[in-house]
Design a protein around this ligand. Structure first.
Ligand code: PLP
Length: 392
């Protein structure tokens, strides 16, 4: 057999399962099949008008060239204010790097902090890009398997520590579970990281999409020592419905942020100048459109939880944040559908509802449903899931 021309690093890379399902859905839609796509990981809302206008203005004013690699100063100043006001973290503008989405920002963080021989603790279920990006550094992801209600504790992290542990990954609220890490546990995790000299990479993309009494806390705000060992990552995609603008950012200790910006300088250079102006508009404009989107997510979340709870075979954990719910289907697996992948595939073929199987998040026996879809679609999808469950 001919030897692969690809590096081992790239041969080990798993393509995005979410994007693969999306491609399948698009192919079905092209054939004229009406699919309810609840696999998607992006808000179904339009980018608010005032943000679009800031982008249009940038184009009209000819703001269409490379910018500083770390991002335009005004945006990093606005982000510095945002971190202080909303997250209670004091990052100066030079401690902030802006990039083309939080995905490449995460990539830079892992590349700067991790290498062969290191271990990174990853609570699972988790978003698979973290795992692939950690593997690309040749460090080893070490999984902590969480069971519903997916509560992460410092005790579980302590049990996974070895002499090789270099970093802990946090994602609160989580994709795919919507679970949040409590303040008490964040304090304990911070103490653990300080004691063992570990990095914390915290992805806070869904910080504003939270429900009920839940309250987001940034671990870097919990003390001077943990602040020195944390990289806080965030982006505009989810909060402002700006996935296509590709804009993310990180704050952290100066040395790390400078190194991330240097790496970015050799990869993508600066993020889009137009998107940066739009993001500045997002931060400095009215808050009402975002509040309305969050209210709508909260309404949908309640409807989804209630309708799925009526299907007794499902294990439903109401999410505290994000626009995802991660539902257990162990009771429905057996001879006919041995895995959540086969179950989700059959649901797609028979009922035309697209969900993402738990395998994509290293948690077989579950599906992820995105409620970034209309209430009408969500109610119809729940009805079809019920019918599918009843059929078998
Ligand atoms: N972090 C989490 C937890 C996500 O779910 C996603 C997108 O699905 C991202 C980061 C990537 O977002 P961006 O569009 O900023 O690259």
């Amino acid at each position: 057999m001919k030897k692969s021309l690809l590096t081992k690093r790239i041969q080990r890379l798993e393509p995005s399962a979410t994007l693969a399902i999306d491609a399948k859905v698009k192919a079905m839609q092209k054939e004229g099949i009406s699919v309810i796509n609840l696999g998607i990981g992006e808000p179904d809302f339009q980018t608010p008008e005032y943000i679009k206008q800031a982008g249009i203005q940038a184009i009209q004013e000819g703001f269409t060239h490379y910018t500083l690699t770390a991002g335009i100063t005004e945006l990093r100043e606005a982000l510095s204010q945002k971190f202080l006001k909303e997250n209670k973290i004091a990052y100066t503008p030079s401690q902030i790097v802006v990039g083309s989405g939080s995905k490449p920002i995460l990539y830079c963080a892992f590349q700067v902090l991790c290498e062969k021989g290191d271990e990174v603790i990853v609570p699972v279920p988790t978003w698979n890009s973290y795992v692939e990006q950690i593997k690309l550094t040749e460090a080893k992801p070490v999984f902590i398997h969480l069971k519903p209600p997916f509560t992460l504790t410092s005790k579980l992290i302590r049990q996974a520590l070895t002499s090789k542990t270099k970093a802990i990954l946090l994602n609160t609220p989580s994709n795919p579970t919507g679970a949040m890490v409590s303040k008490k546990e964040l304090e304990n995790i911070a103490a653990l990281a300080v004691k063992h000299n570990l990095w914390i990479i915290t992805d806070e993309m869904y910080e504003k999409i939270i429900f009920g009494k839940a309250h987001h806390i940034s671990i870097a705000s919990l003390g001077k020592d943990v602040y020195q060992q944390t990289v806080t990552i965030n982006g505009f995609s989810k909060t402002y419905a700006m996935t296509g603008w590709r804009l993310g950012y990180a704050g952290g200790p100066q040395e790390i942020i400078t190194a991330m910006a240097n790496l970015q300088g050799q990869l993508t250079a600066s993020a889009s100048s137009i998107s940066q102006k739009a993001a500045l508009g997002a931060l400095t404009g009215p808050t009402q459109p975002v509040e309305e989107m969050i209210e709508e997510f909260a309404k949908r979340r309640d409807i989804v939880v209630e309708s799925l709870q009526q299907i007794s075979q499902l294990l439903v954990t109401p999410p505290e944040g994000s626009f995802f719910i991660f539902v257990g289907i162990q009771k429905l697996l057996g001879e006919k559908y041995p895995t959540s992948t086969s179950w989700c595939e059959a649901l797609l073929q028979k009922e035309h509802v697209a969900l993402i199987p738990g395998e994509a998040f290293f948690a077989p026996g579950f599906f992820r449903l995105s409620f970034a879809s209309s209430i009408e679609n969500l109610q119809e999808a729940a009805k079809r899931i019920q019918e599918f469950v009843n059929e078998d």
